[in-house]
Design a protein around this ligand. Structure first.
Ligand SMILES: *[C@@H]1O[C@H](CO)[C@@H](O)[C@H](O)[C@H]1NC(C)=O
Ligand SMILES: *[C@@H]1O[C@H](CO)[C@@H](O)[C@H](O)[C@H]1NC(C)=O
Ligand SMILES: *[C@@H]1O[C@H](CO)[C@@H](O)[C@H](O)[C@H]1NC(C)=O
Ligand SMILES: *[C@@H]1O[C@H](CO)[C@@H](O)[C@H](O)[C@H]1NC(C)=O
Ligand SMILES: *[C@@H]1O[C@H](CO)[C@@H](O)[C@H](O)[C@H]1NC(C)=O
Length: 230
């Protein structure tokens, strides 16, 4: 009896944990879409992009299905939103297009777009510079009070300009305009990727996997017993 309970406790934990993970993926609560009233206008750049990529407009956002039960923000339109500062856009870090034009923005730091590696088009008030500077973008245009930063350049792949160096045993990945990230190669971790060996996460997932197996086995056994008694 004792051993049976010891086996059951981790399986229940796994079950509850899986349920929590599933729920957190189901509920999308993008605060950034409610930063100001109204929805993405149909005729706007974000609106046109959204309908051409069969997205769903929710407030100031355009959402698209990533997997069957997870949506992500692919477009954000905060134009004419009375914004003075740009921060807390992190929820939209997967966006391909962002419109911040027609706002009296006083201050915008480059770090506001750290991690926005998918961003291809950014509309800003004409007096605000493109994040990461002009050299982080393929094209910078200014027209009718709107600055367009278009075609984000990959910092890992800048021929001529200041070459990017990641430490040994790591590789470079784009991490938003003007940013890059060095990720450790397989089997390396820790400061400057100098520690060799598998990351503990693998071991943890291994353990979770084992508990799931036990759960499946238990279910199979109980169901089989039921089937036999019928
Ligand atoms: C996203 O997936 C749901 C459920 O599978 C579906 O009802 C919905 O139409 C999809 N939305 C888009 C924009 O593809
Ligand atoms: C901005 O919003 C105000 C009302 O909030 C509206 O009167 C004005 O026409 C809008 N401007 C643009 C360019 O959409
Ligand atoms: C802009 O922000 C930076 C850092 O967030 C700050 O140091 C600077 O004083 C700000 N400038 C203005 C004009 O608010
Ligand atoms: C960046 O490009 C824009 C548009 O071409 C230009 O107006 C601006 O002066 C440039 N900024 C810098 C720092 O070179
Ligand atoms: C690096 O840049 C060249 C030319 O700009 C491009 O053809 C190539 O695909 C880029 N590679 C990566 C990994 O971005």
């Amino acid at each position: 009896m004792k051993t049976g309970q010891d086996l059951l406790t981790p399986t229940w934990l796994v079950f509850i944990l899986s349920l929590c993970i599933y729920r957190s993926h189901q509920l999308v609560k993008p605060q950034v879409c409610k930063q100001c009233s109204g929805t993405v206008p149909k005729g706007s750049e974000v609106g046109k992009f959204c309908s051409s990529s069969s997205g769903r407009v929710v407030g100031r956002c355009c959402l698209a299905n990533e997997t069957s039960n997870h949506e992500r923000i692919i477009g954000l339109d905060l134009s004419n939103c009375s914004l003075t500062h740009v921060d807390n856009l992190q929820e939209a870090s997967d966006a391909l297009i962002i419109d911040l034009s027609s706002n009296a923005i006083i201050n915008m730091s480059d770090s506001a777009f750290q991690g926005f590696s998918q961003l291809r088009q950014l509309f800003l008030p004409a007096d605000i510079a493109c994040p990461g500077g002009n050299s982080s973008w393929d094209k910078v245009k200014t027209n009718e009070g709107i600055r367009l930063c278009e075609g984000q350049r990959n910092m890992c792949n800048q021929s001529g300009k200041m070459p990017v160096h990641c430490p040994e045993y790591s590789h470079c990945a784009a991490y938003g305009p003007g940013f890059f990230q060095c990720s450790c190669a397989d089997d390396y971790h820790g400061y400057k990727c100098l520690r060799e060996g598998e990351f503990p996460a693998l071991w943890v997932f291994g353990l979770l996997g084992a508990s799931t197996l036990v759960l499946s086995l238990l279910l199979w056994l109980t169901q089989r017993r039921k089937a036999k008694s019928l």
